[in-house]
Design a protein around this ligand. Sequence first.
Ligand code: URA
Length: 427
Amino acid sequence: MDAITVIRAKRDGHALTPAQIDWVVDAYTRGEVADEQMSALAMAILLNGMDRAEIARWTAAMIASGERMDFASLPRPTTDKHSTGGVGDKITLPLAPLVAACGAAVPQLSGRGLGHSGGTLDKLEAIPGWRARLTPDEMLDILATTGAVICAAGEGLAPADRRLYALRDVTGTVESIPLIASSIMSKKIAEGTGALVLDVKAGSGAFMKNLDDARELAETMVGLGTDHGVTTVALLTDMETPLGLTAGNALEVRESVEVLAGGGPADVVELTLALAREMLDAAGLTDADPARALADGSAMDVWRRMITAQGGDPDAALPVARETHTVAAPASGVLTRLDAYAVGVAAWRLGAGRARKEDPVQAAAGVELHAKPGETVTEGAPLLTLHTDTPERFEAALTVLAAEDAVRVEPAGTPAPARPLIHGRVA
Ligand code: URA
C-alpha cells in the first residue's frame, strides 16, 4: 500500500477500499504518510466526497488510532452533547450541570475556540483556578461525585483526528461533510458516552451556512453514532445571530450563571432546555424535569460542585476588561439583522479568540449585545459594548461590525425575518 495510490484513487473520484482507509489513517498517525500527502488526500475528499461506507470506515479507523474511554462502572446512564460551534454558544456551561441534576452522568470533553467561534474550555478558564486538564481517574471521580465534568480530551483519544484536524485547519479542508462528521464522531464514540445529542448549527456564524448542508451533516453524524451503538439525535439550530447577549469568555460564563440562577436570555434558556430534554430522553430518563431543576437551584448546586472539583472558585469575581467601547444604534426602528459571523469576528479581534492554536486568549474580551433582532432600538442608544484589555484592537472590531451588512435597522413596524431557534430534529 502507498499514499500516492490512495490519493490518486480519490482524486479520480473512486471510493476508497476499507484496506486503503485503514492503512492511510494508521500510517498518517504513525508519521509514515507525510502531512503534504494527507493534505492532498483531504483536498481530494473535500472535492469528491465519500460514500456512507467510506465515512463509516474512516471514522472507525480514527477511533482505532487511540484509546477508548469506558464509563460502565458509573451507576448513572451517560449522555453528552456536541455543538458544531457558533457565536455566543455557551450552552454546555448550564446544560452539563442541569442534565446531571436530573440523574444522568455527563462526560463532556470539550475544545478550545479557533477563529470566530468560541471554545468551552476557554470560557471556563475565565473562572479563577479552574483547570481543563484532568487525568482519566480524576475525570471518572468527578463524574461519580458530581454527575458532570467538562474537560479537555486526553492526548490518547482519536490521535489521528488531532493531527488531521490541525492539518485541515491550515489547508482549507475543514468544510467537508465527511471529514467534519468523522472528526466529531470519532472523538465522541471514543469518549464512550451511551447517548449523544448533536446541536448542528446553520447560519452565518456556523460552519454550515445553509440548512440543507446542516441537515446532511446531521444525518451523516446520526448514522455514524447509531452504527456504533450510541443513541444519537441531532437538533438543527439557528446561528444567524449570536446566542444570548454575550460573545466572549468571562462574559459568557456570567450569562450561563444567570441561566443557572433561573434568569438569562430567553433563547439560551430555550435551547438549554430543549437539548437537556433530548439528552435525558436519549439516556432513558424520560420522567426527568429539567425546567424544575433550573428553577429549584439543583442545577446551580451541581455547577458549583463541578467548578470546585476542578479547582475553580464559583464565588470568585470574573475578570473585567480594562477598556470598553459603546457602539450606538445607527437609526431608530426595528433591529432586523445582527450578524453572528460579524459579532464572532469582532469578539475574536478584541482578544476573545485565537488566530493560531498556541495563542493566548483574553478572558474578559468580547461583545455584549443590548438588543436582539426583532427588538426596537433608538438612534444613539447603546447597541453593543465591546470589551478588551488592549484598546488598539477596537478599530479592527469596529471595521467588521461596520461592514458586511452586520447591523440593519429598518423603520418601525418592519417585521424581522422569522427564523426559529430550532429548525428541526434528526433521529
Ligand atoms: N469540530 C471538530 O471536532 N472537527 C471538525 O472537523 C469540525 C469541528
